[in-house]
Ligand binder design. Structure first.
Ligand code: NAP
Length: 276
């Protein structure tokens, strides 16, 4: 706990659970006043006791809701210094199964939402001559899991939006960056794991595809967001920063060769254990 955001006002979309919740709590720990905008509009019970968090109803897909939310935050706190565009949904369907409504809904939450939030926060940041926008993109903006065409297209769009905002708002003292999470333990991908009857096997194999040997936690994303939201990153803008345990840095091998590689690692680690 520190005071890296003392005196700042932060907005976090989709902050009632998952990654958004960890971000909201982390920014509040650093003394920011945090306005959480979520469909629910109120705190989940475990969050209600966290000081410095205020909850307001927000649907990021609706322009009127975004305007009303920003107006309320400005009326209550007087400024917005940090915007975290976190709200997002996923769709796990083949292109044949996917309907136009599925596509439009996902684009509305994951891409139009960040655009609308930035559009209505930018005038305030421009007036103040400073501000920082942190988007939550995804490693799926660079690479893609099967059946995630809409999700990957939206996240690549968020990465493009980041570049555009960094260039257009830079002269006004506003920075924009994106954190690209890898596999993080939240509700969003739990359904994916539960598609398979042997959940623990899936979890073991998931850990193995990460060079660091495990999946990530929401707090690890929140720490990266905090750095980008604070003055410690004052010359960083327009960046996509992967926080993924190096998953996207390892080229996939045919599974038979990968098994051999892991078996050698195991042999080496057993051999390097000190004799008792
Ligand atoms: P999550 O646990 O499903 O939480 C998503 C949050 O977004 C919820 O609080 C939800 O509100 C909110 N939300 C959904 N639609 C909204 C709307 N129209 N307006 C306002 N809020 C809305 O998901 P998560 O895993 O924390 O994901 C957070 C972000 O990280 C997303 O952008 C996701 O794409 C990205 N991400 C996640 C992973 C991962 O492995 N988990 C990996 C890469 C990127 P309700 O609670 O009211 O439904």
């Amino acid at each position: 706990m520190g005071n890296r955001l003392s005196g700042k006002v932060a907005v976090v979309t989709g902050g009632n659970r998952g990654i958004g919740r960890a971000i909201a709590e982390r920014l509040a720990d650093e003394e920011a006043m945090v306005a959480v905008g979520d469909l629910l509009g109120g705190p989940s019970p475990s969050l209600s006791s966290v000081e410095r968090l205020t909850f307001k109803s927000l649907d990021v897909t609706k322009e009127a809701s975004v305007r009303e939310f920003i107006d309320e935050v400005l009326q209550q706190f007087g400024s917005i210094d940090v915007l975290v565009n976190n709200a997002g949904i996923i769709l796990h369907k083949s292109i044949d199964e996917q309907t136009v409504e599925d596509w439009d809904r996902l684009m509305a939450v994951n891409l139009r939402g960040p655009f609308l939030m930035a559009k209505y926060v930018a005038p305030e940041m421009r007036r103040a001559g400073s501000g920082t926008i942190v988007n939550i993109g995804s490693v799926e903006g660079f690479m893609v899991n099967p059946w995630h065409t809409a999700y990957a297209a939206a996240k690549a769009g968020v990465h493009g939006l980041t570049l555009g905002l960094a260039v257009d708002l830079g002269p006004d003292g506003v920075r924009c960056n994106t954190v690209c999470p890898g596999w993080i333990e939240t509700d969003l991908n739990r359904a994916y794991v539960e598609l398979h009857p042997d959940r623990s096997l899936v979890e073991r194999e998931l850990a193995q595809v990460h060079p660091v040997g495990r999946i990530g936690s929401p707090n690890e994303i929140a720490n990266a967001v905090l750095w980008l939201a604070s003055d410690e990153s004052s010359f960083v803008s327009g960046e996509m920063i992967a926080v993924d345990g190096a998953r996207t840095k390892k080229i996939s091998l045919p599974s038979i060769l990968d098994e051999e590689y892991r078996a050698s690692l195991q042999r080496l680690s057993t051999r390097s254990k000190p004799a008792l």
